[in-house]
Write a protein that binds this ligand. Sequence first.
Ligand code: HEM
Length: 201
Amino acid sequence: MHADLKSQTRLLRLSLFLWAATPLVDLFLLALSGNLGANPQETLLRSTGMCCLVLLLVTLSITPLRRLLDWTELVRLRRMLGLWAFAYAFIHLLGFWAFEHEFLWSAVLKDAFKRPFVTVGLVGFALLIPLAITSNQWSMRQLGARWKTIHQLIYAVALLGCIHFFLHRAGKNNFFDPSVALAVTVVLLGLRWRWRRPRHH
Ligand code: HEM
């Protein structure tokens, strides 16, 4: 039974890896064939932003799912999913730097002081960096209990991602997608808060 769960986790891990990689391969192929639509830069920024947020939320749902399904092995998926979220955030930021600011970091920083939506995005990205750097066994061992505290930053990143999404949509008055993302984040945070103490029975 145990070995069975192990191989199921391995299969799920491979499937989720392919699922997470698909949009990137897709964007790459569409870009190569010139099929990114009328505004390729916008397509690239929007899809990488969306992928980052979805992957953050999927990463956050691992712990509650582990508990609900009593499937501890699921923890093996968390790092991979979190690193994919980071990869999409990084490409999203590189796209912004390249397309909106002609490869000028100083212009990106200036923009961060001008537009709150950029500020919030950048803070979210900055908070993801320590998580990506410390998502390995060595850091886990070195940091001990502090590792868990640091990695709770992922909730802040997800909330900032939602605020960034709302601010981005403010000009368009279309808040449906950001509201769904926020609702999922709040439910996941609520579960964490409810389950913050270990079970006694
Ligand atoms: C954790 C970090 C981040 C997350 C989760 C995130 C997520 C998102 C999401 C969900 C969208 C909207 C996509 C849509 O409308 O379908 C978006 C758009 C955008 N983001 Fe981010 N973002 C992050 C960081 C950043 C950073 C660091 C920057 C640049 C400094 C940035 C710049 C943009 C821009 C310019 C757009 C608008 C694209 C357009 O409509 O042309 N984001 N982001």
